[in-house]
Write a protein of this length. Structure first.
Length: 317
């Protein structure tokens, strides 16, 4: 069954509206398979870089590549770390000098973590894989995935998985689903030249952990109840995760065709409205540089997952 047959209606014209050029550009690239030489995609990408939410973030960037304060972690959802994360989530051009300068700034800051507000991460010999995985992803996506300064973070993620199963003190030293999702999200962004056997094994181990539980229920190891976010559809998320984000991470790791992902995909499909759209929320919108239409972003991400989970010639349902 083609993935389009799973939709109640066609949401693509809505996603291609020129009023939201970032969503439009990613729809052309991820859903409609337009290549980098496609004139319509090129025009949309240029408009996306010059329009909110991307332009709002870039206008606040300092000459040294950072944002807000010398503390790369603050203020929360607006500082250097968070701005890098958002630029990549919004599909900013990774070759843009401002995006690359931002990634280099983070690599420089990590050389002195105490001075730059993230000493608390490295004071622990494991855990906080959500932070580390996010950094690996946005630095790699900006073209620095093979930079030697990133390798200690990659090795920390590998070790966190192999030795601690992504356990984290924030989760009572239980393996953390949020951390594991961000861990594979980061490692999956590395270029092939930086993805040795240990990284590949870690990706498989992370996917296995996430699919060993009922993903759609969020019943992962924790001393508390699953987060209220788990069964919402939210965008953007930062260190958090929900059903949709975990599926995105599994997809990035090349494992969305695993049959164990099907119940979670069915859960997503059951939340589709009659127009072929998904209602999304932006739970941290009041603290972000620019508001977004979370429903458009969530719908785009669901379509991308469906396209990869039900490729042409697939007979699954």
């Amino acid at each position: 069954m083609p993935w389009q047959a799973l939709l109640h209606a066609d949401p693509i014209p809505w996603l291609l509206e020129r009023s939201d050029p970032a969503v439009r550009a990613l729809t052309l690239r991820q859903v409609l398979d337009r290549g980098p030489r496609d004139a319509e995609l090129r025009e949309s990408q240029q408009r996306a870089m010059a329009s909110p939410p991307i332009s709002t973030i870039l206008k606040r960037q300092h000459a040294d590549g950072g944002w807000a304060s010398p503390n790369m972690y603050g203020p929360k959802y607006q500082g250097t770390h968070w701005s890098n994360l958002l630029l990549i989530e919004y599909g900013a051009d990774p070759g843009d000098p401002r995006v690359r300068r931002a990634a280099r700034r983070v690599l420089d800051d990590l050389a002195e973590p105490e001075k730059n507000g993230v000493g608390w991460v490295f004071a622990h010999d494991h855990g906080i894989s959500c932070f580390v995985g996010n950094v690996v992803r946005y630095v790699a996506m900006a073209g620095y995935g093979a930079d030697a300064r990133l390798e200690p973070l990659v090795q920390r993620l590998v070790r966190d998985s192999r030795k601690f199963d992504a356990a984290c003190f924030i989760n009572g030293e239980d393996p953390c689903a949020w951390g594991y999702a961000r861990l594979i999200w980061g490692l999956a962004a590395l270029p092939e030249s930086a993805r040795g056997r240990e990284v590949e094994r870690t990706l498989r181990r992370g996917v296995e952990f996430l699919l060993a539980y009922k993903l759609e229920r969020g019943r992962y190891p924790t001393a508390t109840e699953p987060s209220y976010l788990w069964r919402q559809l939210s965008f953007p998320l930062f260190y958090q995760a929900d059903v949709l984000f975990v599926l995105r991470a599994i997809d990035a790791a090349g494992a969305i065709d695993d049959p164990r992902a099907q119940p979670a995909i069915a859960w997503l499909l059951a939340r589709q409205d009659p127009r072929g759209r998904w209602a999304g929320r932006a739970p941290y919108g009041d603290r972000m540089p620019s508001r977004v239409d979370a429903s458009k972003w969530v719908t785009l991400q669901v379509l991308t997952i469906l396209k990869h989970a039900f490729p042409p010639g697939d007979n699954g349902a």
